[in-house]
Design a protein around this ligand. Sequence first.
Ligand SMILES: [Zn+2]
Length: 200
Amino acid sequence: MRKSKKLSILTLITLFLVSMTPDRAEAKHYEFLNQIRFPVDHIKAHFYDDWKEKRGNGNRLHLGLDVRAPKGSKIVAIADGEVNTVSYNPLSGYYIAIDHKNGWMSLYVHLDDDVIGNDNAGGKSAAFAKDFKKGDFVRQGEVIGFVGNSGNAEGTVPHLHFEIQYLGTSQDIYEYVLQSWKNYQKGKLFPKNTMTLLIY
Ligand SMILES: [Zn+2]
């Protein structure tokens, strides 16, 4: 009897602590974040922890992670999922959102809209890897689009504004993306079959 009471108090405390951290998803869902793939396929990609950095003269907080990479670098799906939105607006430029189920959504923003010699003339075909439609299935690692600076990123260095939302709320994902980046680098430096040759 006493034991179950103790247990329920512990449960209440846990629930309280979870409710105190709105930017963090419940622990049981960290599994998804631990398995994501780095969203840009380019060894010269770089980023730092810019979560909630002040932007726009301090008027807004940055809710996402900017990954800088050469213009036209491949953007890949971080996990299996279904295309939720493929669109354009003046702020985001060309963007795509992928639904990974169980509340998780990844967003890829400011995709490329340029063609060499004619800024902004690339349109949709420069931004996306193919003519994606809502409901299309995408595999983890599949190329979905290309790094650029469309929307309000025009004039900044080409970068992917990357976001992972849980139940519609952007999450602080820096640590998870950093881990996926380390895995990506490892894969580039030690591709399958050569690993044994390189380690003495
Ligand atoms: Zn951004």
